[in-house]
Design a protein around this ligand. Structure first.
Ligand SMILES: Cc1ncc(COP(=O)(O)O)c(C=O)c1O
Length: 419
């Protein structure tokens, strides 16, 4: 606080005292665990160029050339003004058709919004759906942004553990419903676990939402990435009765390898989209025009061939990574059914030693991997899970190969006593 001292006619400003206080709300928010891990990777006292970063979930691929050219053309043609608050109607029309195909239900342009990434869309939903003290059920482990945004809206996240296979624990979800529950968040394929929810689990969640009059926030940002017998199910397709209570969240970040362009989208009942319009009009005004114009041109002229390129890249990396990780001792195989994360349960290592280094928590395991293997991973504490670490495998194959070989050497050297 700047204070004025008045004495003998002299006025002195004392700037050594504290600054004005911050809002209490801001004390509860921290950078996401993923970005913290990235910062740690960049700030360790190592030659940072030798650290391989497995923290951030984005593709190690350039976007489609056709898409990049469309962005350049958009700029050359003067794409520089605000668009409709909810995004370009022609692009929303294409997305409405995609949602209709995925769900078997008709979605109109007025039921689709583009946002500056899926994250702000989810943030607006917290503001729109929750009054202070309202509860939202989130299966745990969970993407850290979900509970943070709920808290910022004054709501209470209610974390419900997955079952041992990482699937939805239906009896536990049912038992968690109270008179204050407003919504359930479902993210499949799941970040961080890499599990794809079964049709049966999703059908049960739909029934719970109908019985208790709840919203379903259905985040399918990783829907293009599933492997083997695991397939992505859209919950509205499984039970059309929930269409009017479901918000489907999606994004171009992973699908088109344009995470930094910030383009997400959602389908929701028209009243929700109208409220998104109101929020977005005061916050970002609209998603970025160049990205919108480029994606529109790309999708209008020849569809989305990049999906196959991205799938092949991530699928090849997954096979490479699972093969290397099969050499791990004392750590069970990662589920890796969908998305692009290896989620490793390292609880057998806790209490052990690497040389003289004692591993007490999963944060210690991530710190060890950073210091010894020079790879950055996200400890499960970022996902409310004290047993696991997350490794993103969607980056460059050459880095994945080198980094995982180093991880194996480090983790297999952990023993039960000081060496
Ligand atoms: C589950 C999940 N939902 C949404 C997003 C947000 O994606 P974006 O804001 O880049 O569209 C992410 C990003 O990592 C995610 O993992």
């Amino acid at each position: 606080m700047v204070a004025l001292h008045i004495g003998l006619g002299a006025v002195r400003m004392d700037t050594s005292l504290e600054t004005p206080r911050f809002a209490r709300r801001s004390e509860t928010i921290h950078p996401s665990g993923t970005s913290m891990a990235q910062i740690a990777a960049l700030s360790v006292n190592l030659d940072t160029s030798s650290v391989i970063d497995f923290t951030i979930g984005e593709l190690g691929l350039s976007p489609s050339e056709r898409l990049t050219r469309a962005a350049v053309t958009a700029l050359e043609n003067g794409a520089s003004r605000y668009t409709d608050t909810l995004g370009h109607p022609a692009l929303r029309k294409i997305l409405a058709a995609e949602f209709s195909e995925q769900t078997g239900e008709d979605w109109s342009v007025d039921e689709v919004a583009l946002t500056a990434g899926a994250k702000p869309g989810l943030f607006f939903l917290g503001q729109i759906l929750l009054d202070p003290g309202d509860e939202v059920i989130i299966p745990r482990p969970h993407w850290q942004t979900f509970p943070t945004q709920i808290r910022l809206a004054g709501g209470n996240p209610v974390l419900v553990d997955h079952d041992p296979a990482g699937q939805l624990n239906i009896p536990a979800i049912r038992a968690a419903v109270t008179g204050r529950t407003r919504a359930i968040i479902i993210n499949t394929p799941n970040n961080p676990t890499g599990v794809v929810y079964t049709e049966e689990g999703l059908r049960h969640v739909a029934e719970i939402a109908l019985t208790h009059n709840l919203w379903i926030v259905f985040d399918q940002c990783y829907r293009n990435f599933t492997y083997g017998e695991h397939v992505h199910h859209n919950i509205v397709k499984l039970n059309p009765a929930i269409r009017q209570r479901t918000i489907i969240i999606d994004s171009f970040s992973k699908r088109l390898a344009i995470a930094g362009w910030r383009l997400g989208f959602m389908a929701a009942p028209q009243q929700i989209i109208a409220k998104i319009r109101a929020y977005q009009s005061h916050i970002t005004s609209c998603p970025n025009v160049v990205g919108q114009q480029a994606v529109l041109t790309y999708l209008e002229n020849g569809g989305d061939e990049f999906v196959d390129v991205a799938r092949r890249h991530v699928g090849d990396n997954r096979a490479l990574g699972l093969n290397i990780l099969s050499a791990l001792e004392n750590i069970p195989a990662a589920p890796a059914q969908g998305g692009f994360y290896f989620y490793l349960n390292v609880s057998e290592l806790l209490g052990g030693y690497h040389g003289k280094r004692h591993l007490v928590t999963v944060d210690d395991v991530s710190a060890l991997l950073l210091a010894d293997a020079r790879i950055a991973t996200v400890p499960g504490t970022a996902f409310s899970d004290p047993q696991s670490i997350r490794i993103c495998y969607s980056g460059r194959s050459v880095d994945l190969d080198a980094g995982l070989q180093r991880a194996i050497a480090t983790l297999n050297a952990v023993s039960r006593s000081v060496s």
